[in-house]
Design a protein around this ligand. Structure first.
Ligand code: ADP
Length: 274
């Protein structure tokens, strides 16, 4: 299978001092749901900033659809139509005075015909359930609403790949559930989703594939089952096993669950397997 986005031997150092990425080679395929785990400072945000060309690697590189990305203004505008990022802090992303202006910012920047920009803007506003918010100031919205505005801004670009930097960090459980519904919809539409998170429970139930970063290196790349069964890796990367995984492992040990039938991803699945 051909990768849609890939990096090879990526290295990056801040101010010639802090080595943030150390020889990272990884490929993403169409329609995948990838969780990127790692403790603070592991290199996840820096890695994302390489994937959308926000920063240029010291060595190694990034390819989109098999071709190395370029860093001219024109090439970067083209790349960001394909690879969109939802930043961790919505306030960093949001710049406009109204929700509508914010969501239309990307399409307007692409110099699309006015009707096309308007179509994308209203489509993205509807997609994120923001009808009625058009004239409101994004800065006066709640955390969950701001997050929806920043996702709408990315959706309006109609990207193939979406990067989310710790999207659940500032959300309450209700808004996490809402976000998961949006992610499910994006997945059904065939988009490639890459999400950095500290939340191992979310990574376990949501991802097809898990990457683990540790001190700037890609310490693991596998299925959630492969990653969460590797105790040594989890200890090294300071990550915990998901509670549901621990419970299922315990039940399998006691002969109450057949591991060959697969480990449950939700309590409902666990109940069905028991
Ligand atoms: P993560 O997203 O996993 O928390 P980061 O990519 O933000 O990790 O950070 C990787 C390393 O780079 C850390 O050691 C961090 O202190 C350093 N770093 C991140 N951003 C900057 C910056 N703007 N200037 C200097 N060092 C930075």
């Amino acid at each position: 299978m051909k990768a849609v986005l890939e990096t090879w031997d990526l290295c990056y150092t801040y101010n010639g001092e802090t080595l943030a990425l150390n020889h990272v080679t990884v490929a993403f395929y169409k329609g995948e749901r990838v969780a990127v785990l790692g403790n603070n400072g592991a290199g996840k945000s820096t890695f994302f900033s390489m994937l959308n060309g926000l920063r240029k690697p010291d060595s190694g590189g990034v390819k989109y659809n098999g071709a190395p990305i370029g860093y001219s203004r024109k090439e970067l505008i083209g790349l960001r139509q394909k690879v969109g990022e939802v930043f961790q802090e919505a306030d960093r992303q949001i710049i406009a005075a109204t929700v509508e202006a914010e969501v239309s910012f990307g399409p307007m920047n692409l110099k699309l015909p006015r009707e096309e920009a308007a179509r994308r803007t209203s489509g993205a506003i509807r997609y994120m359930n923001l009808d009625g918010y058009e004239r409101r100031s994004p800065h006066c919205l709640s955390g969950g609403e701001k997050k929806r505005v920043s996702i709408a801004g990315v959706i309006a670009m109609e990207p193939e790949i979406l990067l989310f930097d710790e999207p659940t960090a500032s959300l309450d459980p209700y808004h996490v559930a809402q976000l998961e519904e949006t992610l499910e919809r994006m997945h059904r539409e065939g988009r490639t989703l890459v999400i950095s998170t500290h939340d191992v429970e979310f990574a376990y139930r949501w991802a097809d594939r898990v990457l683990v970063f540790h001190q700037g290196r890609l310490a693991a790349d596998g299925t959630p089952e492969q990653v969460f069964s590797n105790q040594e890796l989890l200890k090294q990367a300071c990550l915990k096993q998901p509670v549901l995984w621990q419970a299922a492992a315990l039940l399998a040990e006691r002969g109450l669950l057949a591991p060959e039938k697969g480990f449950p991803k939700t309590v409902k699945e666990l109940s069905r397997l028991l």
